[in-house]
Design a protein around this ligand. Structure first.
Ligand code: CP
Ligand code: NVA
Length: 301
């Protein structure tokens, strides 16, 4: 697939190094790939290693399918086999994989692990989720919002829930596309204040205040992968933060519901929210494929 040359940082660990132009170009490409249901040979003979310390449905599948649609291949390496930092240090893994493959997508507990991979591997490294960021998710979120409203300008998105990796990435991209964001978390679960500031986010501890009149309401699990030991405490601390029919009624009349999935039903969201008329969560999931294709095509070609 042709198109204007786009210079992006070697790796996608988060959106540092991205300006509005770079982000827009990536999203334009994703839209085009989706519209054309694109399949080609651009990455013919190229291999992406998927180095995953945690489980995944969407991220693993969309990256693997994206490689197939682009004429390449993916190799899945799970933590039981590779033992990042246990069987072998991360630097050695990077120095091996760069000899075998053209790119690495890594899902890790500590963000430092994906940073170390990127530092030591000559090939591009994509963050497939760390404790600090989920950039691939944020791309799909932006595409979903654009499809629902025709653009981002003037939209108000409300985040209700944990100040976690998914929110961090959303806070990084919203100012780049002119999207306004409101954030409601319980006390003690606030995201990085610098990210809030840079995004010029409206911050509150009241989910209703965030939801009122918003064009989209976005939530994620209260207990992320790796935080299972904190579940009981989190269940208590997040009382009142569930996205249900009542909270969704406060949205703008055209307001939509987003969730990166998987959902913990009865905790952060009800079945009514995920499967109801306002939900765009499965469009959001589908858009993981088109945006993954844009990222891989751009970084690996
Ligand atoms: N949203 C998301 O990243 O899903 P998976 O954990 O299934 O990859
Ligand atoms: N915040 C969640 C996102 C899963 C896609 C987690 O890190 O487990």
């Amino acid at each position: 697939m042709g198109g204007e040359a786009l210079t992006l940082p070697k790796d996608l660990l988060d959106f540092s190094g991205y300006g509005p132009k770079e982000l827009q170009a990536l999203l334009d490409l994703a839209e085009r790939l989706k519209r054309e249901r694109y399949r080609g040979e651009d990455l013919k003979g190229k291999v992406l290693a998927l180095l995953f310390e945690k489980p995944s449905l969407r991220t693993r599948t969309t990256l693997e399918v994206a490689m197939v649609h682009l004429g390449g291949h993916a190799v899945y390496l799970d933590q039981k086999q590779v033992g990042i930092g246990e069987r072998e240090p991360v630097r050695d893994i990077a120095k091996n994989l760069e000899r075998f493959v053209e790119g690495i997508a890594a899902r890790v507990y500590k963000h430092e692990t994906v940073e170390a991979l990127a530092r030591h591997a000559k090939v591009p490294v994509v963050n497939a989720l760390s404790d600090r960021a989920h950039p691939l998710q944020a791309l799909a979120d932006l595409l979903t919002l654009k499809e629902a409203f025709g653009g981002w300008e003037g939209l108000e998105v409300a985040w209700v829930g944990d100040g976690n990796n998914v929110l961090n990435s959303l806070l990084e991209v919203t100012p780049l596309v002119g999207l306004r964001i409101r954030v409601a978390t319980p006390r003690g679960y606030e995201p990085d204040p610098q990210l809030l500031k840079r995004a010029d986010a409206h911050f509150t501890h009241d989910p209703r205040e965030a939801a009122l009149g918003a064009h989209a309401l976005y939530t994620d699990v209260w207990t992320s992968m790796g935080q299972e030991a904190e579940r009981e405490r989190r269940l208590r601390d997040f009382q009142g933060f569930q996205v249900n029919g009542e909270l969704l009624e406060l949205l703008h009349p055209e307001g939509i519901f987003l969730h990166c999935l998987p959902a913990h039903y009865g905790e952060e969201a009800t079945e009514e929210a995920v499967h109801g008329g306002r939900s765009r969560v499965f469009d959001q999931a589908e858009n993981r494929l088109h945006t993954a294709k844009a990222v891989l095509l751009t970084l690996l070609k």
